[in-house]
Design a protein around this ligand. Structure first.
Ligand SMILES: O=P(O)(O)OC[C@@H](O)[C@@H](O)c1c[nH]c2ccccc12
Length: 267
């Protein structure tokens, strides 16, 4: 049975083919070398976690296969600015169009309006997309292990590191975590959402956190909407969190919602 993820990966290969018609890795690498300097993505989270606060990667996401329309007509620059003043450590911007309503144009507009480090959130299946990410100013890329094999994961990581970017390796189960530990990046995401079945369960982080070696940083991803969720996940040792839908849907006082999640801890 083909899953939503299979369909996304299929059209990503079409997008890459079209990109290769228009640009080469070399031409995008030249643009990347002229892009604005990399902002340390991992370092920004480290600074927040060092204060024992919660390092939040706040995400800009217009719609998704699991949630449908999240905030039609959203002004991503205005929301990113609210995330920044609320105390987000970093931003994540979906650049996938068909399934998530995002674009690289959104990404560039946000990057010139805020000074936070930014993750290009997309389904990467070719190193040319890594060069494209840096050419648009990305500071970090996502490598989704359920979407790529080990060889491609290593190539994407090496390309990103070559451009000076950080790499977030996304896992969802024990087998993927084992694969992640064979890659050099210290940033390992645990996606609470199963991208194949589209179900979200915070116990995924609770199950995998004890398996994380001390030299790697766990980023708990997806399904986080309350300070209670943060407190529950902090109990696993997690200090880094990726939050999208629930913060997009806050329609008043988004800044204080971000601040509340950043400060959440049990007393
Ligand atoms: O909106 P949520 O449930 O807070 O989740 C954010 C983020 O973790 C989620 O968007 C995500 C995690 N991994 C992905 C991979 C592709 C697309 C999206 C994602």
């Amino acid at each position: 049975m083909s899953t939503a993820l299979d369909r996304i990966i299929a059209y990503k290969h079409d997008e890459v083919a079209a990109l290769k018609q228009a640009e080469s890795f070399e031409s995008l690498s030249r643009m990347a070398s002229e892009a604005s300097p990399v902002r340390g993505f991992a370092a920004a989270m480290d600074r927040v976690a060092a204060q024992d606060e919660n390092a939040l990667i706040c995400e800009l996401k217009r719609k998704s296969p699991s949630a449908g329309e999240i905030l039609p007509g959203a002004d991503p620059v205005a929301i990113a600015t609210e995330y920044e003043s609320g105390g987000a450590a970093c931003l994540s911007v979906l650049t996938d169009g068909p399934s998530f309503g995002g674009s690289l144009a959104d990404f560039s507009a946000i990057r010139s309006a805020v000074s936070l480090p930014m993750l290009r959130k997309d389904f990467l299946v070719d190193t040319i997309q890594v060069a494209e990410a840096r050419a648009h100013g990305a500071d970090c890329i996502l490598v989704i292990l359920s979407a790529v094999d080990d060889v491609l994961a290593a190539e994407l990581s090496a390309a990103a590191t070559g451009f000076g970017m950080d790499v977030l390796i996304e896992t969802h189960d024990e087998a993927e975590l084992e694969r992640a530990l064979r890659l050099p990046s210290p940033l390992i995401g645990v996606n609470n959402r199963d991208l194949k079945r589209m179900v979200t369960d915070l116990s995924t982080t609770e199950r995998l956190a004890p398996l994380m070696p001390p030299d790697r940083h766990l980023i708990a991803e997806s399904g986080i909407s309350t300070t209670d969720h943060i407190i529950r996940l902090r109990a696993t040792g997690a200090r880094r969190f990726l939050i999208g839908e629930s913060l997009m849907k806050v329609n008043q006082m988004r800044e204080s919602a971000v601040t509340g999640l950043r400060k959440a801890r049990s007393n």
